[in-house]
Design a protein around this ligand. Structure first.
Ligand code: SF4
Ligand code: SF4
Ligand code: FES
Length: 359
């Protein structure tokens, strides 16, 4: 098949930047990485990119295709080529570009190391001398986090990191949850204190781009939500983000409604609220916010209270109260966006791998 690509070339040493177009002949099963290899072998040996395993394991080949982070060895080019598309390939975002598609991963690894990504053991061996075994429900709470291959695709797309490069970011926090959720680890509180500080979990904007772009199904935003829930469970709730989350829960339970007018004092404190009084009065006079008293109570508030009661009775505290996003991820992985379509049916996989008779 004929494949055309536009690649952003860049040289950090000179600052030269140019969009170059390449057209190559590639086998039908070729991935984006295979196409770059062909460009490098046959057209332009100076093209720089990273790769190693070629099978979605090592995490080396993260880059952007049409503005979205991908693992180059995961993206099949057949449909793109058949549609006559010419994708634009560029380096990942939020990390300094060294050359062409190669980014400097040092800031990424610095944050990774800051999470202390190793077990700090604190458990008693079973009396029978056998190994300590984690129960399945505990394992389920961290199984996605353990899938991370450190490719950086989530970091590339992180909005919070774009505005604050010091933000720990989705990959590091997902790694943090992998150990916070491990019952063998003795540093849970210490870790949660650290991750709840400045540039930590509450800085995430919940844009979910990291979940959308992660090629391994780690769902880093879910990990951050679990860390937030674990922090609150452990009484680590000094941050405004934690207070905000707690007020959401309290407000919905008591009135079935989000009492926005009280959100500011409950989250930021009285002094800060007084300073914003003029702004609040302005909102109220334009019907953009209601008076705090008497609070508006939803007609079916009993249902909201019942929901809270069920969650409490099931004791779904901390990470166990979090509903994870596998369903959304499955849809993304198969490109299925309408409910009626079978994610495993014809048309859901790259054509070269469908047996002939299913066409
Ligand atoms: S959900 Fe949070 S961590 Fe994930 S990309 Fe958005 S801001 Fe970053
Ligand atoms: S969480 Fe996903 S996208 Fe982020 S580094 Fe790990 S595997 Fe890559
Ligand atoms: S080359 Fe290893 S993940 Fe793509």
């Amino acid at each position: 098949m004929q494949v055309a690509l536009k690649v952003w070339r860049y040289d950090a040493a000179t600052g030269d930047r140019a969009l170059r177009e390449y057209e190559i002949d590639a086998p039908e099963e070729a991935t984006l990485l295979d196409c770059l290899d062909i460009v490098k072998d046959k057209v332009d040996g100076t093209l720089a990119y990273r790769k190693s395993c070629r099978m979605m394991i090592c995490g080396s080949c993260g880059m952007r295709m049409d503005g979205a982070a991908v693992l180059a060895c995961k993206v099949r080019m057949y449909d793109v080529a058949q549609a006559g598309q010419v994708p634009v390939i560029s380096a990942m975002g939020n990390l300094p570009i060294v050359r062409d598609l190669v980014v400097d991963m040092d800031p990424f690894w610095d944050k990774f190391k800051a999470m202390k990504p190793y077990l700090q053991p604190g458990y008693d061996r079973p009396e029978d001398g056998r190994e300590y075994r984690i129960t399945q429900p505990r394992m389920d709470a961290i199984k996605k986090e353990a899938l991370c291959i450190n490719c950086g695709c989530c970091v590339s797309e992180c909005n919070a990191m774009e505005s604050d490069p010091e933000f720990l970011g989705p990959q590091a926090l997902a790694k943090g949850m992998r150990f916070v959720g491990d019952p063998r680890d003795a540093a849970t509180v210490e870790r949660l204190e650290q991750y709840s500080g400045e540039h930590g979990i509450w800085e995430c904007t919940r844009c979910f781009f990291c979940n959308e772009r992660c090629p391994k199904g780690v769902d880093p935003r879910d990990a951050i939500a679990k860390l937030g829930a674990e922090a609150i469970k452990n009484g680590i709730d000094r941050d405004m983000g934690a207070k905000h989350a707690k007020w959401f829960v309290r407000s919905s339970e008591t009135t079935g409604w989000l009492r926005e007018t009280e959100l500011v004092p409950k989250t930021q404190g009285i002094v800060s609220s007084v300073k914003q009084m003029k702004f609040a009065m302005n909102l109220i006079s334009h019907n953009k916010a209601g008076l705090a008293f008497p609070p508006h109570v939803a007609k079916d508030v009993g249902e909201a209270r019942q929901l809270h009661k069920i969650v409490r009775e099931q004791d779904r505290q901390g990470a166990f109260g979090h509903i994870q996003g596998e369903r959304a991820l499955a849809k993304l992985a198969h490109g299925v966006h309408d409910e009626g379509r079978d994610p495993y049916g014809p048309g859901s996989f790259p054509k070269p791998y469908l047996p002939e008779d299913t066409e």
